[in-house]
Design a protein around this ligand. Structure first.
Ligand code: NAD
Length: 492
């Protein structure tokens, strides 16, 4: 059995105006997915709570935007150090409320810290452009200016990383920022904000409000919120995009996914199988980058199926706090049932379930939300299991004539988040890069996760908006590019 965490929170709180406050409305329990038991509660913030936070943020913005940029990044350096120091504690808390493995939690935090580091480059990132003699005697300059109060609404599956796709950039650019994390994993956000408090941001510049749909609606309807960054499922991303736009706000909304892997007969098949299985099953498949449709060239299909089955059977299902575990529980009993329904659908659709994880049990955790990995072979591109986001440890293998047919199959998807090609051919790699309709593409890598200094892509139903998370895109999202045109009569 896993060790108990010494330092747990009983109740998630808002961080507003430099103070910890209980949200006004009742909320829900925070569950440990490995035990199925509640271990904390999270209240939901009312429209008045949101109004308080936005009012304070708006006031803080007035002073913060006038601080020299070099001063604005100092709390980020402190925040980065604190994140490094508290990484183990954060990882353990994250596992307890989310279920992923400790290694996955540490990896996620590393990717979050990378964003804090990148945002420390804001003095360079905010530079726009200058042209002398744009017209006779006239110089033109573009200046990126902060706009006011921004909010981010984030999902349950990367509670330590996704808030950091936004927070450091928004504030380094001179805005104030409010996070509304997932109500399913609110405690990691709370820990992040204890470090925010210690890092020395002025009160009101960075705030946390817990809540659910009503809280998000209050943010979307508030006149003093300039823009929203959203990450979550496609139906909600679409709604957020529409409501934010209707209310005249900037919006970037990242949605769900159905990612494909294409395996060429020229690929190193053992390597491709290991990376494909890792990518499909990491975080129990609860990843927007999970590659769960695998299109394999017919000439190597049988060999690849055997390699995937062997690799899948090496996985260990258990509590994420146990070091031996490679696949943790799913977030809730309802979600586990939803994924089980997809497995049943796959069987009914006629796909061949060659690894069946439905009967898995984990010693000591009879009420955990566990589902062992499931692998289907002989999946066709039109099956429900090949078209809808499952968000669980389920992988489907589709035989295709060649790489071009694999690309065609993936391009028929409504989603366009990520895709991978395993190949030994430069020509195939180029064709894939040119033709694949997804925002994050990888060649000979299972997970196409861009580093913080590149934006996180996404197309079609996986993204609503034009400027993405991370890097220069998010800097442009959080700033307005004002153009100055200047002439001094008498100057040469
Ligand atoms: P979700 O859409 O249920 O919730 C996301 C956030 O939206 C939460 O904070 C929630 O409180 C809020 N929310 C939920 N319903 C709402 C509504 N009707 N109106 C306003 N706000 C609402 O998503 P989730 O289950 O937490 O996360 C999983 C989903 O997120 C998956 O679809 C996954 O693919 C996607 N995701 C996408 C990316 C990406 O980069 N594209 C990254 C991570 C996760």
């Amino acid at each position: 059995m896993a060790s108990e965490t010494a330092n747990l929170y009983d109740e998630a709180r808002n961080y507003v105006g430099g103070e910890w406050r209980a949200p006004s409305a009742d909320g829900q329990d925070v569950l440990n997915p490995a035990t199925g038991e509640p271990f904390a509660t999270v209240g939901f913030s009312s429209a008045e709570d949101v109004d308080d936070a936005v009012g304070i943020a708006r006031e803080a913005f007035g002073t913060w935007r006038n601080r020299p940029i070099e001063e604005r990044i100092q709390p980020l350096f402190a925040f980065k150090e604190l994140l490094e120091q508290h990484q183990d504690e954060l990882a353990e808390l994250l596992v307890r409320e989310h279920g992923k493995t400790l290694g996955e939690a540490r990896g996620e935090l590393r990717r979050g810290i990378e964003n804090v580091e990148t945002a420390c480059g804001m003095p360079t990132l905010m530079q726009a452009g200058h042209v002398e003699n744009a017209a006779p005697g006239i110089d033109e300059t573009a200046v990126r200016k902060p706009l006011g109060v921004f909010a981010a609404v984030t999902p349950f599956n990367f509670p330590g990383m996704i808030p950091l796709w936004f927070l450091p950039y928004a504030v380094a650019a001179g805005n104030s920022f409010i996070l509304k994390p997932s109500e399913q994993t609110p405690l990691t956000a709370q820990k992040l904000f204890e470090l925010v408090e210690e890092a020395g941001f002025p009160d009101g510049v960075v705030q946390l409000v817990h809540g659910s749909v009503d809280t998000v609606d209050a943010i979307l309807e508030h006149d003093d919120v300039e823009g929203i960054s959203f990450v979550g499922s496609t139906p909600v991303a679409r709604t957020i995009y529409e409501k934010a736009a209707a209310n005249g706000k900037r919006v970037q909304a990242q949605g769900g996914a159905k990612n494909h892997v294409i395996v060429s007969e020229t690929a190193d098949l053992e390597f491709a199988a290991e990376k494909t299985v890792g990518s499909a099953l990491a975080c129990s498949g609860e990843r927007c980058l999970a590659n769960d449709v695998v299109a394999v060239e017919e000439s190597v299909y049988e060999e690849f199926v055997d390699l995937v089955v062997a690799e899948t059977e090496r996985q260990v299902v258990g509590n994420g706090l146990d070091e031996a575990t490679t696949i943790g529980p799913l977030i809730t009993a309802e979600h586990e049932q939803r994924v089980r329904n997809y497995v049943e659908t796959g069987v009914q659709e006629g796909a061949d379930l060659v690894v069946d994880g439905r009967d898995v049990t984990v010693d000591g955790y009879p009420d955990g939300h566990f589902l062992g990995p499931c692998v289907f072979r002989d999946v066709t591109a039109d099956m429900v299991i090949a078209t809808e986001e499952i968000f669980g440890p389920v992988l489907g293998l589709v035989p295709v004539a060649d790489v071009a047919a694999g690309i065609e199959t993936m391009n028929r998807s409504d989603y366009g988040n990520a895709a991978s090609l395993f190949t030994g051919s430069g020509a195939e790699a180029r064709q894939f890069r040119h033709d694949a309709e997804a925002g994050n593409l990888a060649v000979n890598a299972g997970t196409a996760a861009p580093m913080a200094f590149f934006h996180f892509g996404g197309r079609k139903d996986s993204f609503f908006g034009d400027l993405h998370a991370q890097a220069e895109d998010v800097v442009r999202f959080y700033t307005d590019e004002t153009v100055y045109i200047e002439r001094w009569p008498g100057a040469e």
